[in-house]
Design a protein around this ligand. Structure first.
Ligand SMILES: Cc1cc2nc3c(=O)[nH]c(=O)nc-3n(C[C@H](O)[C@H](O)[C@H](O)COP(=O)(O)OP(=O)(O)OC[C@H]3O[C@@H](n4cnc5c(N)ncnc54)[C@H](O)[C@@H]3O)c2cc1C
Length: 523
């Protein structure tokens, strides 16, 4: 009998295992794939390696080295004497027992599900698209950027147009498929302008691909301040990324089968301006796909050598046998949890079916001591905040709770960044969201072009928006785009977490010349 079982060794699972082990708990952690999970192997780390590579050739050479180095670091951490790493798929027998594929059973008082998420493929089919509409922008939780990259109406099945073989050949890929390409696509079409779509658009344009983004919503990055999102998109347009906003994708056809052919996303003049004409084609004759979509009542199409599906991520719950635990999944497929990430058991009797609630009202009430022992779900699988650091801190909190250690982690203050060039980042609610909630606030802005360090770096594009309670009161949020925006937002996160005011931020001495000074230069 172990103290703690953890299913999944992503940033949620492995960091939680380490924290628990360092506090004396005996932990067994199960991993069906590579340790490090999505983040280390096919997410944060490979994409940021791409962002910091000068060329595609350099990126594909460096990426496996960086990943391998970090992976072996994680394996070393997991060799802690209190941790047993089981490299197998795990499934539930009951709320205290887990079984691996080889038939071995493990029992513990506490079990943490940290199985992460995977690509949500866009469903396409014959029915008519719904008119695009823009939901209220939400700054507090960027998971709306990663988990539901864009709001796309379900329409049948993509399989009808693009076969799994074509997916496999790299015609229509998800982020993992794009990261495994060995040849730079001359034309890349990205469906979805959420965090993943925007990051790949930025980096592949930088590598020299002709990039077109087709987005259902009217603006990119729904989690970030609308003004900042628009400014960032305009910068990327100047860099040569072509955006079709408010556009509903209807079909993707393999190029050779496309009856209407399609059109290039950029005119020859535009191509010359951004130096694309010289690029060689990626594949052989007839390779590629035509993405058909509707924008403002017009049917349009874009041809591409590779199509990236960046329309969201869904929690990994299949194969866990959650049915045996009587858990009712949320509508987005996430495991429901309470404020301490303890799994909310369904009102149905034990052994009931694992169903998806159609209406949020049908969701079971959060548990109030009803569960025997404790079952937790952290990270992407609970659908709260699909970010690596969210997974890590949620696991930290769970272990503290098991150990009876009080902590004060502010899960309502969750910073997030989008690693485009330039970066964008946010913490706390966007201005629109504060307005919609009728929260009394005042908004202060500053621009990079007025900052000495930004000018000296030649990084004059950017803006910071700080919202606080009236009268330079308590800081509520910070949204920014520009060089190192994530670092500025990180500083604001510290102030917001500690309940500091704008006055206190202004009274904090900042080193000169730094980009941080932008925070005290707000109007
Ligand atoms: C392209 C991309 C870029 C991203 N960039 C960023 C970024 O810059 N910053 C950021 O904060 N987030 C980023 N994310 C999101 C981030 O990767 C996730 O939020 C994070 O990995 C979630 O951690 P996790 O531990 O919940 O799950 P995961 O990292 O998905 O790990 C889950 C692990 O569980 C294993 N597993 C699943 N089921 C079982 C089972 N039954 N038995 C055993 N093992 C199992 C899986 O193999 C996997 O290794 C990015 C994601 C993508 C796709």
């Amino acid at each position: 009998m172990q103290d703690l079982l953890i299913i999944g060794a992503g940033p949620g699972g492995y960091k939680t295992a380490l924290h628990a082990a360092q506090h004396g708990l005996k932990v067994t952690i199960f991993e069906a794939g590579h340790v490090g999970g999505t983040c280390l192997n096919v997410g944060c780390i490979p994409t940021k390696t791409y962002v910091h590579s000068a060329s595609f050739a350099e990126a594909i050479e460096r990426q496996p080295q960086v990943v391998e180095q970090l992976r072996s670091g994680v394996e070393t951490l997991l060799s802690h004497p209190n941790i047993t790493l089981v490299r197998e798929h795990a499934t539930f027998v009951d709320a205290h027992t887990v079984q691996t594929h080889s038939g071995q059973r493990y029992t513990a008082d506490n079990i943490i599900i940290a199985t992460g998420s995977s690509t949500k493929w866009l469903n396409l089919g014959p029915s008519q698209p719904t008119a695009p509409s823009r939901p209220p922008r939400g700054g507090a939780n960027i998971s709306s950027g990663i988990s539901s990259e864009t709001q796309v109406p379900p329409r049948g099945d993509l399989e009808g147009a693009i076969s799994p073989r074509e997916r496999g050949e790299g015609l229509v890929v998800d982020s993992t498929g794009l990261l495994s390409l060995k040849e730079l696509p001359r034309r890349l079409c990205i469906i979805g302008a959420g965090v993943i779509g925007m990051e790949f658009a930025s980096v592949f344009r930088h590598f020299g691909s002709e990039v077109t983004v087709v987005e259902f919503l009217k603006e990119c990055l729904p989690a970030i301040d609308a003004d900042i999102a628009k400014r960032l998109r305009k910068v990327m347009e100047k860099q040569g990324v072509k955006f079709y906003m408010g556009a509903a994708v209807k079909e993707i056809r393999p190029l050779s089968n496309s009856p209407r052919g399609g059109e290039d996303s950029l005119s020859s003049g535009e191509k010359e301006n951004i130096g694309l004409a010289a690029l060689p084609p990626t594949g052989g004759a007839g390779r590629g796909a035509s993405v058909l979509f509707e924008q403002k009542g017009k049917e349009l199409s874009v041809e591409a050598d590779v199509v990236l599906m960046a329309t969201g991520r869904k929690p990994n719950t299949e194969g866990l046998n959650l049915e045996a635990l009587g858990i009712t999944l949320e509508r987005n497929g996430a495991i429901p949890v309470d404020e301490h990430f303890e799994v909310a058991p369904s009102k149905s009797p034990r052994g009931g079916t694992c169903v998806t609630a159609e209406n949020p009202e049908d969701m079971p009430a959060p548990p109030r001591g009803g569960w025997e022992g404790a079952l937790y779900a952290i990270g992407d699988v609970n659908g709260r905040q699909m970010l690596a650091h969210a997974a890590e801190f949620q696991g930290h909190h769970v272990v503290n709770r098991i150990l009876g250690i009080e902590d004060h982690i502010r899960f309502d203050v969750m910073p997030a960044a989008i690693f485009t060039t330039p970066e964008a980042a946010c913490v706390g609610p966007a201005e629109d969201q504060l307005k919609a909630a009728a929260t009394p606030f005042e908004c202060h802005k500053a621009f990079y072009r007025a900052n000495g360090k930004a000018l000296s770096m030649g990084e004059t594009e950017g803006m910071v928006k700080l919202c606080c309670e009236p009268g330079e009161g308590r800081l509520l949020s910070c949204h920014a785009y520009g060089a190192h925006a994530a670092d500025l937002v990180q500083e604001a996160t510290a102030y917001i977490t500690l309940g500091a005011t704008l006055r206190q931020l202004r009274e904090t001495v900042h080193i000169h010349p730094t980009l941080s000074e932008i925070l005290i230069e707000v109007n």
